[in-house]
Design a protein around this ligand. Structure first.
Ligand SMILES: [Zn+2]
Length: 238
């Protein structure tokens, strides 16, 4: 079984700072996403799944509409497998409702001037992100215990929480520890494990914004040190 642990906004520098050994696996580094004009989640995962730079296609749909983009199975490398499971991946099996909930709360957070109201919204926003994480985690580990040749789980918690709380080191450390523990458990269930982020994150005051490189790690050797996100489809299927 080949497994991809897809983590939105997993930041290389934080993996190093918190020394997440399981996330780093045997080989790890940054990905090169410099071919893209901006580090956009939907563009990057679409390009990962299809093995092609899909920036133009995704942006054609407009900033709001692009989130409902869905690539056909046969356009993705997942079609090389007999019984692939791909959970919650943007551009493929994404939970649009969860995305819209956090977007709405984020908007409300930045609209209100009332500090007490802001804290209330932040709490609800964080709680929602952790609950979604828990739900996908359950589905992911269920799939890992079934008979599949390919399983991918996409986790948004580091990105969603990071956007509003990146300056909160305690909270970010807790999230990275959770992801690191998951990596250790996943490793026991599969032959090949690829951990991949679309982009990283850097701090802007208390908040976080996307950094212009991603993170990768594997438990097997790959031929390049700084792969592109579009390299993984052939690395995985060959
Ligand atoms: Zn983001």
């Amino acid at each position: 079984m080949i497994v991809v642990f897809a983590i939105d906004a997993l930041e290389y520098n934080l993996v190093e700072e918190f020394d997440c050994k399981n996330l780093k696996q045997d080989y790890y580094g940054k990905t090169d996403i410099s071919e893209f004009s901006q580090p956009r989640t939907m563009v990057l995962w679409s390009s990962f799944s299809t093995g092609k730079n899909k920036e133009k296609d995704v942006l054609e749909d407009g900033n709001k509409e692009m989130w409902s983009k869905k690539w056909d199975l046969k356009e993705t490398f997942f079609s090389h497998f007999k019984s692939p499971v791909v959970l919650d991946l943007p551009g493929f099996s994404y939970d649009l409702e969860a995305h819209e909930r956090s977007r709405k709360l984020l908007k409300a957070f930045f609209t209100t001037e009332d500090e007490q109201e802001k804290e209330k919204i932040r709490e609800e926003y964080n709680k929602d992100a952790f609950e979604h994480h828990k739900k996908i985690k359950e589905e992911f580990f269920k799939a890992l215990n079934e008979d599949h040749d390919f399983v991918l789980g996409y986790f948004s918690v580091a990105d969603v929480i990071g956007h509003l709380n990146f300056g909160n080191k305690t909270m970010m450390r807790m999230i990275y520890r959770e992801l690191d523990e998951m990596a250790a458990q996943i490793k026991e269930k599969c032959n090949k494990l690829i951990i991949l982020s679309d982009h990283g994150m850097y701090g802007v005051g208390m908040f976080g914004d996307h950094s212009n490189y991603g993170f990768w790690s594997t438990n097997f050797k790959i031929p390049m040190k700084t792969p592109k996100i579009t390299d993984f489809s052939s690395l995985i299927t060959k």
